[in-house]
Ligand binder design. Structure first.
Ligand code: PAF
Length: 291
């Protein structure tokens, strides 16, 4: 197949077909190399590069994928506006030490007649699940495909999308995909805002307000350590505070079990506080461990 493996003027290697990917990974395997995968939708920022570092620390070779996955966007979401700059993204990933960037086209991922959906129950029932119907099915389906296409030893995902991380762990476990799913810590701007490709949608005023989400969640975590049985009222107050500060709407501020994401009324250990709120066209999410 022509043009499946593309070596650019720099040292980066872009692979666009599953066949090309498998040929390269098979050669690495013959040489006894371990492989790490960092799935992305592009719009690469420092947070993504930290995932590459995490994969490099654990594996001989690192693959990053770039695919803006249409099936994980709702009808009124930002699929058409999602930032795309392949040249910039490939260069950033390559400079960070990525050995191969897998950039499949839409038809490579979802060819004519594609009919399979990977759907996870349980950890998808709360938090973003009800607010983004179908989102986690889209994530689970595309990530299952990427894992089976690359068959990496490890795959690294950011803890900013903590619910996504647990969904993917469940997929790997339930489908017996032999991979370690690694969660990497959230990378934040100096003012506490969790790095996200969607932060670029914020206006100057919205950007100034955005770190308050992290600050309010940190206050929730501190308050819960003082009053562990008051999770519900503390979260209710936090939602009101975010609205008073100027957030347009608040989808949730919730305290959930670290492993099951069950909603907690009382904190007994091993929990995280999660928040999702809208500022202009951006929907911000964040979370942190209570400890
Ligand atoms: O976190 C993301 O960027 C996406 O949800 C992922 C994991 C690459 C799947 O499309």
């Amino acid at each position: 197949m022509p043009n499946t493996v593309e070596t650019t003027s720099m040292s980066e290697t872009i692979v666009r077909s599953v066949e090309g990917l498998r040929v390269t990974v098979a050669a690495w395997r013959r040489d006894g190399k371990t492989v790490g995968l960092v799935p992305t939708m592009g719009a690469i920022h420092v947070g993504h590069l930290s995932l590459v570092s995490e994969a490099k620390a654990r594996c001989d070779k690192v693959i990053a994928s770039i695919f803006v996955n249409p099936t994980q966007f709702g009808e009124n979401e930002d699929f058409d506006a999602y930032p795309a700059d392949e040249v910039h993204d490939v260069r950033e990933l390559s400079d960070a030490g990525t050995d191969l960037v897998f950039c499949p086209g839409r038809d490579d991922v979802y060819p004519e007649g594609f009919s399979t959906i990977v759907s996870v129950t349980g950890v998808t029932s709360g938090l973003c699940g009800p607010f983004r119907p179908g989102h986690f099915d889209g994530v689970a389906t595309v990530v299952a495909k990427l894992l089976l296409q690359c068959l990496p030893n490890v795959a690294v995902f950011g803890e900013k999308d903590y619910q996504q991380l647990l969904v993917i762990r469940q997929v790997a476990r339930d489908l017996n995909i032999p991979v370690d799913i690694i969660g990497a810590p959230i990378i934040r701007e100096a003012d506490g805002l969790a790095m996200s490709s969607r932060n670029r949608y914020l206006s100057v005023d919205e950007r100034a307000l955005a770190p308050q989400l992290n600050r309010v969640l940190a206050d929730v975590a501190a308050a819960i350590l003082t009053k562990p049985s008051d999770c519900q009222s503390i979260c209710r107050n936090a939602r009101e505070e975010l609205l008073e500060l100027g957030f347009m709407s608040v989808d949730y501020v919730s305290v959930c079990d670290t492993d099951t994401l069950d909603l907690l009324k009382s904190y007994t250990g091993s929990a995280r506080v999660f928040g999702a709120a809208r500022l202009g066209t951006a929907r911000l999410i964040d979370n942190l461990a209570i400890a």
